[in-house]
Design a protein around this ligand. Structure first.
Ligand code: UDP
Length: 457
């Protein structure tokens, strides 16, 4: 980049196009835009159903090889990944050319670590490339050891896995793709492949907080330039630096905000909030156990059941539960978690949901479904000690008695106060990380000054 150039540095941001990856990457983009970096955020055509605009951020489309949601849904995960790599490489190159010809040359590509081909495109164009991890550094330690061939998969059921920077892990604490790699063909390769090319980059962003997993961060730093920048959540829940920044802004689902009025009528810390994120598909039996548990506990509940999952609820459940529980297809989760009426979050422990609850001081009951969620649940329970993980039975289902006991433990058990105090402690730490001069802020500032100083190409 020419130092004398008048134009602001321009970053092209490439998220993997699912909600849990778009959210932190759009937040990171907002921070950069606020500091004067031009941002283009690119997603495959047809992924964004609404034309929601995010201030100061241009949204462009690239191709993942599919021209309709139906065609995309009909392909296997392996086919989709391959198609995205081929079509994404070509269309991202074309987009970079288009932006250059339009007088907005790109200086840097920040790409989701799920898409190492983005770094290859940046390199082929002579641009600076940075990777962005939407999972924790602890999970990165696990996958990096798989990538290097140091952790052999599949791991045997009885093994205790001891990896640098991590507490001893049982098999049930590991990401499902490491344990059950055959069930998800191609996915473990994707996870381990996240580290391809990142060693060359001066910036390997992780949506986490350095102090939350210090030893894992320190170990990863020996191999690559890890920069924790989290929590990447809207500024109004953290430092309030960006006054308009109250939600992520690019939602693939339509939130139903009626729940805010409903929450308003509940007393502090009395409501159980239940959500399994944007992707989990619980089986019918699991949904029934949850429904039974929620009816047995003497508390109000707010349960997000995506429209694709509603048919798994017991018949007439919404009617039977009315007065006690509210069922919604989607909500503004941060607003809900920040509400004083919420006392506990029954969650799949997707990393965004976990980090949001941690940043807002809400105790959790973890019911992990797949991917890195079991590892996040392990940390919630045994490292951060701000919740518990519910145990599945031999059939892999978490029964209603276990759910009732976990929720009671967190909300009113002997250790409830200690759990709440820990939650508040992590809240302060997470919020503080983005304050001026603190760990995450310093890393963002370092990147900005590198871009501004023209040292990126
Ligand atoms: N989310 C939301 N409303 C909901 C449920 C989820 O806004 O009703 C958001 C949540 O705040 C988080 C994201 O969707 O930012 C889900 O990401 P996560 O990593 O927790 O789970 P995933 O969907 O990737 O499994």
């Amino acid at each position: 980049m020419d130092q004398k150039k008048e134009q602001k540095p321009h970053c092209l941001i490439l998220p993997y196009p699912i909600q849990g990856h778009i959210n932190p990457m759009i937040q990171f983009s907002k921070r950069l835009a606020h500091k004067g970096i031009t941002i283009t955020f690119a997603v495959p055509q047809g992924v964004l159903t609404s034309s929601t605009a995010v201030d100061d951020i241009a949204v462009e489309t690239i191709s993942d090889g599919y021209d309709s949601a139906a065609a995309r849904a009909g392909a296997s995960p392996q086919e989709r990944l391959l198609s995205f790599k081929t079509a994404g490489t070509e269309s991202t190159s074309r987009l970079i050319e288009k932006l250059r010809e339009g007088g907005r040359p790109v200086d840097c590509v920040v790409c989701d670590a799920f898409m190492p081909w983005g770094l290859a495109v940046a390199k082929s164009k002579g641009l600076f490339g940075a990777a962005f991890f939407t999972q924790t550094s602890s999970v990165n330690v696990i996958y990096y050891n798989v990538f290097k061939g140091l952790l052999k998969v599949p791991v045997s059921e009885k093994e205790i896995v001891q990896l640098p920077g991590l507490p001893p892990l049982e098999v049930s604490d590991l990401p499902s793709f490491v344990v059950d790699s055959e069930k998800y063909p191609g996915v473990l390769e994707l996870m381990a492949g996240q580290f391809e090319g990142v060693r060359d980059s001066g910036f390997v962003f992780v949506n986490s907080v350095y102090e939350l997993e210090e030893e894992a961060n320190n170990w990863m730093k020996k191999s690559m330039s890890v920069k924790t920048i989290g929590p990447a959540i809207p500024s109004m829940y953290l430092d309030k630096r960006l006054q308009q920044d109250t939600n992520y802004g690019l939602s693939l689902f339509k939130p139903d905000d009626t729940c805010m009025k409903w929450l308003q009528q509940r007393s502090p810390k009395s409501v159980i909030y239940v959500s399994f994120g944007s992707m989990a598909k619980l089986d019918k039996h699991q949904m029934e156990e949850l429904a039974t548990a929620l009816m047995l506990i003497d508390k109000h509940f707010l349960w997000v059941v995506r429209s694709s999952e509603v048919s798994k609820l017991p018949e007439n459940f919404a009617d039977e539960a009315s007065g006690k529980g509210l069922i919604l297809s989607w909500c503004s989760q941060l607003e809900v978690l920040a509400h004083e009426a919420v006392g506990c979050f029954v969650t799949h422990c997707g990393w965004n949901s976990t980090l949001e609850a941690l940043s807002l001081g809400v105790p959790m009951v973890g019911v992990p479904w797949w991917s890195d969620q079991a590892t996040n649940a392990k940390f919630v329970m045994d490292v951060w000690k701000m919740g518990v993980r519910a145990c599945p039975n031999e059939e892999g289902v978490v029964g209603h008695e276990e759910l009732v006991s976990c929720v009671k433990h967190v909300m009113e058990g002997e250790r409830a106060e200690e759990i709440r105090e820990n939650a508040m402690k992590w809240k302060e730490l997470a919020k503080g990380a983005v304050d001026e001069g603190r760990s995450s802020d310093r890393n963002v500032e370092e990147f900005i000054s590198t871009l501004m100083g023209g040292q990126v190409s």
